[in-house]
Design a protein around this ligand. Structure first.
Ligand code: SF4
Ligand code: SF4
Length: 109
């Protein structure tokens, strides 16, 4: 109570402090992922895929495709083990969605 800066209880602040320098994107801490499959269908931007890792106790892990991530934060809500972290997107503008957003800004209509 009182001084939480989080949008959702127990989750990191949104937006992260580096948002002014780089757009925030999500990243999966793969050691925490239990392959529950909740996050890929939840992501509106197809930014989360499941990858195989046969040597691990959990045989797959979620992975964020940085070019597609918009930093919406929904995956943080989905994950039962808090496997998502924020990271600065230093490739901002390279992905299709961000490129489209930039194109929209440049359009004359
Ligand atoms: S922050 Fe949003 S766009 Fe990025 S991976 Fe999570 S749900 Fe998908
Ligand atoms: S919601 Fe969390 S534990 Fe489940 S697949 Fe996604 S990252 Fe892994």
């Amino acid at each position: 109570m009182g001084n939480e800066q989080t949008k959702y209880p127990g989750l990191p602040p949104l937006p992260p402090p580096f948002v002014k320098e780089f757009p925030p994107i999500a990243v999966v801490v793969e050691e925490k992922c239990i392959a529950c499959d909740r996050c890929p269908p939840l992501c509106f931007f197809d930014a989360i895929i499941m990858e195989n890792r046969p040597e691990h106790k959990y045989k797959r892990t979620a992975v964020v495709v940085p070019e597609n991530c918009t930093g919406c934060g929904l995956c943080f809500e989905a994950c039962p083990v808090d496997a998502f972290l924020w990271t600065p997107d230093k490739t901002a503008g390279s992905g299709p969605l961000r490129a489209a957003q930039e194109t929209d800004k440049d359009m004359d209509v």
